[in-house]
Design a protein around this ligand. Structure first.
Ligand code: FES
Length: 118
């Protein structure tokens, strides 16, 4: 049973992101996002390991295609899109929590617990 089914019919270009919501193992609502990058999909919980705020708390863009990194708008932490590892900023070395992506078809992703990219 997936955590979420994500509509990607309007996405597919490098750097596109799509937000979704799901429930964690305790039934608490969580926010996540999927990222299309270099012909693969990745998904992470949308929660910065620094202050536990959404990366795009004020509606900012999650991904900077020019530098190829995910960015937390609060204090500027940068995360590697393939691993979620923070490569610059106050939570250097920490990581976003990955979610496993299953490509259902050209228009849908199924999001599962754990894992990286597909
Ligand atoms: S909350 Fe993300 S860098 Fe501080």
């Amino acid at each position: 049973m997936p955590l979420a089914i994500v509509d990607i019919s309007g996405c597919g270009d490098d750097g596109d992101t799509v937000a979704f919501e799901y429930e964690d193992g305790f039934g608490r609502p969580q926010k996540g996002f999927a990222l299309r990058w270099q012909d693969r999909w990745y998904a992470y919980q949308n929660l910065c390991p620094h202050w536990s705020t959404p990366l795009d708390e004020h509606g900012e863009r999650l991904f900077d295609p020019t530098s190829g990194v995910l960015v937390c708008a609060t204090h500027g932490a940068m995360f590697e899109p393939h691993s979620g590892e923070c490569i610059s900023g106050p939570c250097y070395g920490d990581s976003l929590r990955p979610l496993r992506v299953e490509v259902v078809d050209a228009e849908r992703l199924a999001i599962h617990r754990g894992g990286l990219g597909l």
